[in-house]
Design a protein around this ligand. Structure first.
Ligand SMILES: N=C(N)NCCC[C@H](NC(=O)CCC(=O)O)C(=O)O
Length: 444
C-alpha cells in the first residue's frame, strides 16, 4: 500500500533550560548554567515544522511533558503543597529539582521506537516508548510519552502501543535515535536497523570507557520481538565505542538513513563493512552508503556541527534533502564537505539549514527533534488531525507560546513555584488545541 514518512516533532516545553544533566553529551555539559530562552526555543522548533510542512511533508506535533514533575519529587520524599515540594527541593536538592524541570521530551527521536505496519507480523504500526534509563531526567518521561502517543495515534485497529521496557540499565532503550528503517518504497516491507552501545549480559564485547553507552543490545532484541519483526529483516549493530567516548551519545549523532540511503561517518560502527553488507543483503540490493571519511570531517567536527543529526528527507518531488542545523554552516570542514557532496550528486540533492540554537545547546539537532512514523493512507486518516501542522496550527501555537512562555530561565528560576502554575495553564490549553484529552497528571 502507498505510504509516506511523517515527522512528529516535539514541541519545546515552557521549562526549557540548561542544567548539564547529560553526562556524555558534550553540548549539555558545556552550556550548563547558561540562561535559556524557552520562547525562542519553541519558536525555532515550530519554524522547522512549518517549513517542512510547506515543502509538502506530513508534519505532526507531539506535546511536551508536565514540568516541574512534582509527582517524582514526592516519590523522593518531598511533601506538603506543590509549592512546598518545589521550595524544599530547590533548597535541599537543586540538581534533582533541575532534573524534574527538564524539557528534554522535546527530543522526540527518544520518545519511542516505531515500526511501520509493512514490517510487523500483525500489519499494525507498533510503538514502544523509550525507557531512557541512563539519565534520571529522561527516565521520568515514558509514561506520559506513552499517553501522548496513544492520544495522537489512537485507533487500535491500526496502532499498537507497548509499555516501555523494564526500567533498568540492562534494557536501556533510547528509542528511534538508535533506530533507522531502510526500504525501497515506504509501503513495502523494510529492514529495521537497531544500533546499541553495549551488551548488558555478555562482557566479551567492547564497551566505551569514558562515557556511558545508553542503549543495550538486549533492548534492541526486545523491541524487535515486541514489534513482531521478521529476523531476516532486522539488523542489529554495535556503535563504535570510541565515538561514544568522543561525545556520540546516540547513533543519530553519527549516522542517518532514509529509504535506501545510509549517510554516516566512517567510524560510526564496529565492523562497519559487515554492517553495510548485512543491510544490503537484507534490503535485497540497491543499498547506497555515503560514508564520510575522517580526513574530511573528524568525529569532533561531527559532534560540534551535528552534520549527521540531519533529517534525510525524500521530498514529494523525489529530491533527497538534508535538513541541517546552522552549526554546519559555521564549520569550515563540514561545509566544504557538504558543497562537495552536492556537487558530486551522490544521492543528496539539496540542503536546508535551520537555526535551532536553543535545542543545539543541549545537544539536540534537527533529527533529535523528530520522531518518524511511516504511515499508509488508512493510517494517515486515523491520526489525530489536530496534531498535524498547517497554517492555522502554526499561528495558534505561536500565539500560545507568545502568551505562555518566558524568554529567560536560569537555574534559580526553577525554584519559582509560579513556573509550575504557568506551565500547567499552558499545557491545559495545549491539550485542547491538540485534542489530546487528559494526558497530564494534573488533569487526572
Ligand atoms: N540525539 C538525540 N536523538 N537526542 C538528543 C537528546 C539530548 C538530551 N539532552 C539533554 O537532556 C540535556 C538536558 C540538560 O542538560 O539540561 C540528552 O542528552 O538526552
Amino acid at each position: 500500500m502507498k505510504a509516506l514518512e511523517a515527522n512528529f516533532d516535539g514541541l519545546v516545553g515552557p521549562t526549557h533550560n540548561y542544567s548539564g544533566l547529560s553526562f556524555g553529551n558534550v553540548a549539555s555539559a558545556k552550556n550548563q548554567a547558561n540562561p535559556s530562552n524557552p520562547k525562542e526555543a519553541a519558536k525555532q522548533g515550530l519554524a522547522k515544522m512549518k517549513a517542512l510542512s510547506d515543502l509538502g511533508m506530513v508534519q505532526g506535533v507531539l506535546a511536551p511533558q508536565e514540568r516541574p514533575d512534582v509527582y517524582t519529587l514526592r516519590r523522593l520524599g518531598f511533601t506538603g503543597s506543590d509549592q512546598d515540594v518545589i521550595t524544599a527541593a530547590a533548597k535541599q536538592a537543586p540538581k534533582v529539582l533541575a532534573a524534574c524541570c527538564s524539557a528534554s521530551s522535546m527530543w522526540t527521536a527518544n520518545a519511542a521506537t516505531v515500526s511501520p505496519s509493512a514490517d510487523t507480523a500483525d500489519g499494525k504500526v507498533h510503538f514502544t516508548p523509550a525507557n531512557l534509563t541512563n539519565k534520571f531526567h529522561r527516565s521520568i518521561e515514558h509514561e506520559v510519552t506513552g499517553r501522548i502517543l496513544k492520544a495522537t495515534f489512537a485507533d487500535e485497529g491500526h496502532f499498537v502501543h507497548h509499555p516501555a521496557l523494564p526500567g533498568v540499565e540492562h534494557f536501556g532503550d533510547e528509542g528511534a535515535a538508535n533506530h533507522t528503517r531502510f526500504c525501497h518504497e515506504y509501503g513495502e516491507q523494510g529492514v529495521e536497523f537497531f544500533v546499541f552501545g553495549r551488551h548488558a549480559f555478555d562482557s566479551r564485547f567492547p564497551a566505551p570507557q569514558k562515557f556511558p553507552a545508553r542503549h543495550t543490545f538486549e533492548a534492541c532484541e526486545a523491541v524487535a520481538r515486541l514489534h513482531q519483526l521478521h529476523d531476516d529483516k532486522v539488523v542489529i549493530a554495535q556503535q563504535n565505542p570510541s565515538v561514544i567516548d568522543a561525545g556520540v551519545f546516540h547513533n543519530d549523532v553519527i549516522a542517518v538513513g532514509n529509504k535506501n540511503i545510509l549517510f554516516c561517518h566512517e567510524q560510526a560502527f564496529l565492523n562497519q563493512q559487515a554492517v553495510y553488507d548485512e543491510l544490503g543483503l537484507k534490503l535485497g540490493g540497491d543499498f547506497k552508503v555515503i560514508e564520510v571519511p575522517t580526513s574530511a570531517v573528524s568525529v569532533d567536527d561531527a559532534v560540534t556541527s551535528y552534520l549527521f543529526n540531519s533529517q534525510l528527507l525524500a521530498m514529494p518531488n523525489g529530491d533527497n534533502v538534508l535538513v541541517l542545523p546552522e552549526e554546519c554552516l559555521n564549520n569550515q570542514n563540514v561545509w566544504a564537505y557538504i558543497e562537495q557532496l552536492l556537487a558530486e550528486k551522490r544521492g543528496i540533492d539539496a540542503v536546508k539549514v535551520f537555526d535551532l540554537k536553543q535545542s543545539m545547546a543541549n545537544g539536540g539537532g534537527p533529527a533529535c527533534l523528530r520522531l518518524r512514523v511511516v504511515l499508509n493512507e488508512a493510517e494517515q486518516a486515523a491520526v489525530n488531525p489536530n496534531t498535524l501542522m498547517n497554517d492555522t496550527l502554526f499561528a495558534t501555537l505561536n500565539d500560545w507560546v507568545d502568551r505562555n512562555y518566558r524568554d529567560r530561565l536560569v537555574e534559580a528560576d526553577l525554584a519559582d513555584p509560579q513556573l509550575l502554575v504557568e506551565s500547567r495553564t499552558a499545557l491545559d490549553e495545549l491539550t485542547r488545541i491538540l485534542g489530546l484529552g487528559a494526558v497530564y497528571p494534573f488533569q487526572r
